[in-house]
Design a protein around this ligand. Structure first.
Ligand code: APR
Length: 251
């Protein structure tokens, strides 16, 4: 659907919906300077994530993973929420967004001000010990010597889901519950191909929710699971949608 028409339709659907959730992926952080997984450019052209961010590589050769991780953490530390993150924070503030389920590990939704965020793949703001499970705040820890170690000498790993690791049970259950109860799911900046995250879209759809995608390009679920797509950058489309929602609410 063409830009402005789709934006106004999405705003009307949002204004009417009672239980809205957002499902976000790497695309929402592209305008904050973090390249996506399946696009060109950025860290993942240099380091194959399925090798460097695989739990087996991490256990067998932590120095190798940590070379990529220090670069990634530096990039994330510098990144700031962009207009798309800020628009979702505003949607929560005006009582129109129940929660965000994000596949991203960059903490940018929280930095933007959203208080109800499910980090489906974990979050880089803490480190966890593989031996004793103790957690440390990343900001309190020096990464001068890699791999960093816990007081118990166990290996420390960012508290994120590596390839080959399961989704934390609480994040999985909460997300499935939210998806099954929402009446509108906004799917923003994700190729929707990685499981089990992508299965949440089907859960919402089967429960009768409207599913709207915001992405510059169609995805494998466009028009199949999603009702329609607004083709454009999240940082441009989302602020416009929220602006329209506010106009409807004022009327
Ligand atoms: N605004 C919105 N969407 C965008 C933008 C933008 N400015 N730029 C790119 N996109 C879209 C791309 O068109 C693509 O569909 O974002 C999507 C990014 O897709 P992926 O790189 O596959 O990222 P994601 O869907 O989050 O990947 C899921 O895969 O590697 C794993 O664990 C990793 O969480 C990640 C998961």
């Amino acid at each position: 659907m063409a830009g402005e028409e789709a934006i106004k339709l999405a705003a009307r659907i949002i204004a009417k919906a009672k239980r809205i959730i957002a499902f976000t992926g790497a695309g929402i952080s592209v305008e904050s300077g973090i390249a996506p997984f399946r696009g060109k450019g950025g860290l993942w052209e240099k380091y194959n994530p399925e090798e460097y961010a695989h739990i087996n590589t991490f256990r067998e050769n932590p120095e190798k993973s940590w070379i990529m991780l220090t670069e990634m953490l530096e990039l994330i530390k510098k990144a700031k929420p962009n207009p798309a993150h800020l628009a979702l924070a505003k949607l929560e503030k005006i009582g129109k967004l129940r929660c965000i389920i994000t596949q991203n590990i960059d903490n940018l939704h929280q930095k933007a001000g959203n208080t109800s965020v499910i980090d489906f793949h974990g979050n880089t703001s803490s480190l966890v010990c593989l031996e004793c499970s103790r957690k440390y705040k990343l900001d309190d820890f020096s990464l001068e010597k890699i791999p960093p170690r816990c007081e118990c000498m166990g290996l420390l790993k960012p508290d994120v889901v590596f390839f080959g690791e399961p989704i934390p049970v609480e994040a999985l259950y909460r997300s499935q519950e939210e998806a099954s109860k929402c009446d509108l799911m906004l799917v923003i900046g994700t190729s929707a191909v990685v499981q089990p995250a992508a299965s949440l879209l089907g859960i919402a759809k089967r429960a009768g929710a409207t599913v709207i995608e915001i992405n510059p390009e169609p995805t494998p679920i466009t028009g199949i699971v999603s009702d329609f797509i607004i083709e454009g950058k999240a940082g441009e489309v989302l602020p416009r949608i929220v602006e329209e929602v506010e106009k409807i609410r004022i009327r």
